[in-house]
Design a binder for this molecule. Structure first.
Ligand SMILES: NC(=O)c1ccc[n+]([C@@H]2O[C@H](COP(=O)([O-])OP(=O)(O)OC[C@H]3O[C@@H](n4cnc5c(N)ncnc54)[C@H](O)[C@@H]3O)[C@@H](O)[C@H]2O)c1
Length: 354
């Protein structure tokens, strides 16, 4: 199939592009190359004959229409987004612009293209979303596909809005859509502002390892390559109009996750004291959801997907990858906002222009 992947220069999008090409698909990667993008993530496939890159913004419907006309994709996999919760607290505007208005522009361009082609049943618009749209769980229970939406951060609210738009374009115009809501990803090429790379890179630099609040927040971690495999499966075999929750069934409290990473570093790159001595508890994120957990029964029973990697094994591979790939991460530490604590929300913060 020929896939139009948006956000293919990001963390998860690049894993999807690499895996799709390896599976024999053609890929057109459309990305605006924001601060979070890294074309280096695609170095392994840059010369692949089935790969094309278009630098474009999903908010620009006219450009999107040209891309659809020129490349004639069989399916869209929509990953482009502003994705960092802490940044969404300081500057929600970019999240509304890209995640809501950008998804709207993409839906309109996709719909026009699909209608012009005679509304083929085989076309797919696959929207990639997050479990954060469901809000926060207590100690028990898991998110299913029918859990009511209850987003609590600007990021999750913008993703929830985009999910609603995608469903509406299916119900109203018949666009053949698919949705997936996934838990926290980790793995190689993870941008160094997210928790796991922050822990690894601060530890290696001998700097304090920040843990928000008491580190009690629980996340359900999924290795990024397992997510990419699930997305490609849903895109090809998922039932139109349906959503699928994707999770690794690997729940961990943040503090336990950080200790696991420190122990792996102690083993793989011993220092003169245990890395866990660098752990430093810092002020919590406002509105920090306590627990996310995914019930992946639907994708397992309908499509036969299950994660291939345990959290322990995935973390081991990830730590090894960061130790071996300093040339990838070192330049990113100089990008705007990286290494700066964001999302603390001071009462007197200006809201002008955000
Ligand atoms: N990271 C996670 O743990 C996670 C979990 C579940 C779902 N998701 C969803 O998966 C998707 C990808 O997440 P990620 O972690 O790879 O994000 P990322 O921040 O690493 O990458 C986002 C990519 O989108 C591009 N982009 C941003 N705004 C754009 C615009 N206006 N036009 C075109 N391109 C634009 C960026 O340049 C970047 O390459 C997002 O939709 C996110 O909500 C992420």
């Amino acid at each position: 199939m020929k896939l139009l992947v948006t956000g293919g220069a990001g963390f998860i999008g690049s894993a999807v592009v690499r895996q799709a090409l390896a599976d024999g698909h053609e890929v057109v990667n459309l990305d605006a190359l924001t601060y979070a993008a890294c074309l280096e993530n695609l170095a392994p496939v840059a010369g692949h004959p089935g790969y094309a890159f278009v630098k474009a913004d999903i908010r620009d419907q006219a450009v999107l229409e040209t891309v659809f006309a020129e490349h004639a994709p069989d399916a869209v996999m929509h990953l482009a987004a502003e994705s960092h919760v802490d940044r969404s607290i300081d500057g929600p505007g970019a999240f509304i612009e890209t995640n809501v208005l950008g998804t709207y522009a993409l839906l309109q361009a996709a719909r026009g293209y699909w209608q012009d082609k005679g509304r083929p049943e085989s076309f797919r618009f696959h929207h990639i979303s997050t479990d954060e749209v469901f809000g926060s769980l207590g100690p028990e229970g898991k998110f299913t596909e029918t859990t009511p939406y209850d987003p609590r951060s600007p990021y999750s609210a913008s993703k929830a809005s985009s999910d609603h738009l995608v469903r509406a374009w299916h119900e109203t115009y018949g666009l053949p859509v698919l949705l997936t809501n996934c838990s926290n990803n980790y793995g190689p090429y993870h941008f160094p502002e997210k928790l796991i790379p922050v822990v690894i890179l601060n530890a290696l630099a001998g700097r304090p390892i920040p843990v928000y609040g008491a580190g009690e927040n629980v996340r359900d971690w999924l290795y990024v390559e397992d997510h990419a495999a699930a997305l490609l499966l849903v895109m090809q075999k998922g039932r139109v109009g349906r959503s699928y929750n994707i999770g690794g069934e690997n729940e961990a409290r943040n503090i336990d996750l950080v200790r696991m990473i420190c122990a792996l570093l102690d083993e793989m790159k011993p220092a003169d004291r245990p890395y866990s001595s660098l752990i430093s508890f810092v002020a919590d994120r406002p509105g920090h959801d306590l627990r996310y957990a995914i019930d992946p029964t639907r994708i397992r029973e309908e499509l036969g997907w299950r994660p291939s990697v345990t959290l322990e094994e995935g973390l081991r591979r990830t730590v090894r990858w960061y130790l071996d790939n300093e040339a990838w991460w070192r330049p990113l530490l100089g990008r705007e906002g990286v290494g700066v604590r964001m999302g603390c929300f001071l009462e007197n913060t200006s809201v002008k222009g955000n």
